[in-house]
Structures are given as structure tokens and as C-alpha cells.
Design a protein around this ligand. Sequence first.
Ligand SMILES: Cc1ncc(COP(=O)(O)O)c(C=O)c1O
Length: 380
Amino acid sequence: MYQDLVTFIRERYNEPHKFITLHEAKFIGNELKYMEECIATGMVSSVGKFVDRFEDEIKKYTGAKYAVATVNGTSALHMALLLAGVGKNDLVITQALTFVATCNAISYTGATPVFVDVSLNNLGMDYLSLENYLKKNVVLKNGLSTHIITGQKIAACVPMHSYGHPAEIIKIVELCTAYGIPVIEDAAESLGSTYHGQHTGTFGKLGIYSFNGNKTITSGGGGMIVTNDEELAVLGKHLTTQAKSGHRWEFNHDQVGYNYRLPNINAALGCAQLENIEVIIAKQRELNKIYQQFFNQHNIAFVNEPSEARSNCWMNAFYVDNKIERDKCLTFLNDHGIMARPAWTMLNKLAMYNTCHCENLQNSQMVEDTLITIPSTVVL
Ligand SMILES: Cc1ncc(COP(=O)(O)O)c(C=O)c1O
């Protein structure tokens, strides 16, 4: 079967010899034009019209009321956590199986992550695992949730929409709301995915997207915070731009700010990419269906879009039987010039996070042992 898969992918990309990577950017619109405009006007850095425009276009596209552009998705997450009030010694619930940036951003605030399991239906945070954790470990008093034993505040919950597939975000938000816990959606991988018709990233108190080069659309590097809360959006813009207070020439800064502003030239690239996002998503979804057929024909489990959602189908993945088979398959595919990777290493196993509290993580372990991601760049 592995040789069949190599042949299938090579034919699909019409690439008999080249190493085929997992996800490459496609430039099919106004990218050069907008970037040339930045260079011609000298507006390549912190000043220029494209940052505002990119924020406006993201608002229009996702339906969020406010958007704040940042240098990358990790800084967007860090800022979103700070805006939600996360601080030193707090606990923040996230899933064990996510990219390390989710967890690192929690650490930057001085808080400690807590790991719950992922759902096998969508690979995002498992609602039941979250509920179990809260029921067993958390006491709610005067609208504030704290850990029964340590007394630490449960300051936020960060579900992630894995590989673009929406998690059960309505149930997660409802549950967290009942416990007085703000939800920050890590929608880094799921721009354009919807759950019951609403864009991922717009369900929680705050949400974030990434425009890294491997995502559905890219700004070279970049991120975005979205929220419906005006006060948080204004504060977010202020803090991400060195907390400078409004004077034409004085260096007045009213608190410790961050240099998290997205440069204009990156925003220009992002604006051009966003103009074609639906074309790219249609092609990602088409590729997902083509892979689905291939794996169905070979009787191999494939990661499908959850039934109640529209996924942007950013990354395709399938399952093998066990870890030994996974490593055999990864070796074969990479040796034959097809990039393939496992799921992330569970974050509770990394040295920095191996003392964090964990729920039962059996689904995460199964996915870590058996999932393989395969080339998902669209053919245009
Ligand atoms: C789930 C997740 N969270 C956060 C990030 C961080 O985004 P960035 O690379 O733009 O900092 C990424 C991707 O890179 C991601 O996949």
C-alpha cells in the first residue's frame, strides 16, 4: 500500500522525482502588486495602510467584530491570554495533542498548562474529557473556578481546531461559561472552517489565527487576534504596539508593551492571499475528498471532516495500526521523497511540561502512535 500511496501522490502532483513537502503557499493574485506598492512607497515596516486593511478584511471574512494583527500566531495567543486576564501561577486548560506554540504561549504568561484529551471525532479538545477534569478538580465560587487542591485560578481554556477540523466548540464554550472560564480558540490552523455555519475563532472570548507559510493563507509570518469585545480589542492593539500613548512625538508608554505589530509588507501579502482564500479552501477540500477515496479503496482509516462542520481541510492524515507500523510508513514515504510526519508529540511528555496535571489521555496516545500527515498543498 505504501508504494501505491507514493505513486498516487506523485501522479496527483505531477512530480515524478521532486521531494513533495507537506504544505506550500500558493501565490495566484495580487501578492506582487501589493508588496511592490509597499516597496515603492517605503511603507514596508510599522506604518502603512495594509495592516488596517488586513484587519478589516479578516473581520469581514470571519464575522468577528474586531481584529488585531500580530507578528505571528504565537504572539497572538500570548496576547489573547493576557487580555483574558491569565497571569502568574494560574492554570490554563488545553489539549495534550497540539502544536507546542499553544502551550508555550501559556507559559509566557507565567501560567501552567493542564492537559485534557482530544476527541477521535475531530482531533480537537474532547468535550467529555474537559468536563471530567472540571468535575473532579475544580470548585466554582462567586463565578470563579479554582483548583480544589492547589487553589490556583483556572484562568482560561484553549481548545485547538486540529488540522483545520472544528472541535465541538459550542459545547466547550457553554461548559466553560458555566464555570466562569474564558475560552481562547487556537484557530491557527482553521481559518475559513465553520461550525454550524460560524467561523472557528469567533466562538470564544478571543480567538487567534496564524499566517505562517505552511497555513491555508500566509503573510510570510503573521497572526491575528479576533474578538467581539471592543475594550479587549483596543487594549490588544495598544499592548501589541509598545503601549504607546497618543502624542505626536513624545515617547510616552503607559505600561509594559510588546513589539508584536505585523509589518505592513506582511499585511500586504496577507491581504492579497485573503482575496483568494475560498479558491484555496475549495481546492483543499477537493484534495481531501480525493485522498478519502484512495484510503477508502485501501480500507485504511482516514481523518474525515466532522459531520456538523465545514473544515478548511488544511492537512490530510490517515491512521496505521500501531507505532511500529507508523515508523515503518514514515520511513518509507520520506525515503521515497514524500514528506510525511506523525502527530505532535504529546505535550505532557516534553521536558518543560512533564509535571503538568493531565486527564486520561488515551485518545491522544492512540493518535500520537498511529496518525500520519501527508502532502496537502493544493494543485491550482
Ligand atoms: C495549533 C497552532 N497554534 C499556534 C501556532 C503558532 O503560529 P505561528 O507559527 O504563526 O506562531 C501554530 C502554527 O504554527 C499552530 O499550528
